[in-house]
Design a protein around this ligand. Sequence first.
Ligand code: GLU
Length: 469
Amino acid sequence: MSGPRYRFAPSPTGFFHVGGARTALWNWALAQSQGGTFVLRIEDTDEARNRPEWTQGIIDALAWLGINRDDPHFEGPYFQSEYAQQHIDAALRLFEQGDAYYCDMTSADVEARNKAEGNQGYQGWSRDRGLGPGPGHVLRFRVPQGSTVVHDLVRGEVVFDNAIIEDFVLLRGNGSPMFLLANVVDDMTMGISHVVRAEEHLPNTPKQQMMWTALGHEPPVWAHVPVLVNEARKKLSKRRDKVALEMYRDEGYLAPAMINYLMTLGWAPKGGEEIQPWDRMQADFRLEDVNHSSAFFDLKKLAAFNGEYIRAMSPEQFLEACRPWLFAADAPFPADRFDEQVFLALAPVVQPRCATLADAAGVIDFMFLAEPVFDADAWAKATGTPESVAVFRSVLAAYESLADWSVEPLKAVVDAAAEAHGLKAGKAQAPVRVAITGRSVGPPLFEALALLGRDETLRRMRTAEATLG
Ligand code: GLU
């Protein structure tokens, strides 16, 4: 595939972060809409922190987001650890050109000298010592004088004074390449034209741009995207906040809802309508329209997005999507009491009551339990007045002889009893609802009664009535 080459370069050091997910989606949208390529590069050079399961987690999470290895825009995954020799070769080229030099000072030496001279950072002490490679010698980049101008599609022109950038290390004393070098060399050899990544990498960018230039390449187009923050406007952190994409997936957030919401963190789809299909967002997304300020990762808004996507599903889609929770070991009812037809029939009234797929089992459990989980307080409250008890008893009596057991007549009985005893409809329904569902809130009552059937409805109402004394 010709066209621009974007990349996503995660380090497999933990769960897949929602911020990473947004960066990946934005790169994916750009690669797709511009007929370009999305390169996945796993930056796995930190042996102490990498784990293979995190790599698999990244690949699975991307697939869940629709960033698919089978798509023609996708390339990779490449593994940074396999290219160490190229990183070293590039560093040695910089040395041969005079853009890098060896230094035998340990960090303790640097510290001691700074202390003595009242300075901070590495002061270029070995620049002109003409040292060659040797045990413990680090290779440092010779930062040129002047300034470095980074053209960033999100942040505009950012100017860095080179005087405050120290001669940074390219190769460690044991000869192994440093991360910044590896990252640049890979971008270069993989022909990356656009680097779209988190804002926290911006301070590294002048150093990387100097390497690009010194190695004889035009630097890529940069775009540093704003961080995600929590309610307290603090950067999302894995200690404080729920940041793992996997957790949202496992809690019953739908991939399309998650994708849609993540896309809008720092960018607003055209026309003001935030709920949009991927194809539209993908076509409209532009880095130039991305906000500079940090983006609030609002859990309430995410739940609202998810609810919208849940409501838009057909009953059949909803059933399929809910299966993992309906049949989970900790589902609120035994699997052999579950009835698909009942679930499908109630789905349209259950869907509006679910923020996540995981909610469905709890909304509808009373249909599949031999006995509903009875909330005694709710029952006491629903039957707290003589009128409400009288309504309940007259509804029970009327239901015993109701000819047509369907929604309208079931409702008419309660409405008539309510009127006779001077109660509002909601108050009149409350004791029936608690008797049947065990709770004071739930899906529309009469749909549930119609499906539950006369025998079971009467049995539950009689059992509840017996407690009234
Ligand atoms: N591997 C780096 C990270 O996960 C990404 C660096 C980059 O995108 O350039 O933070």
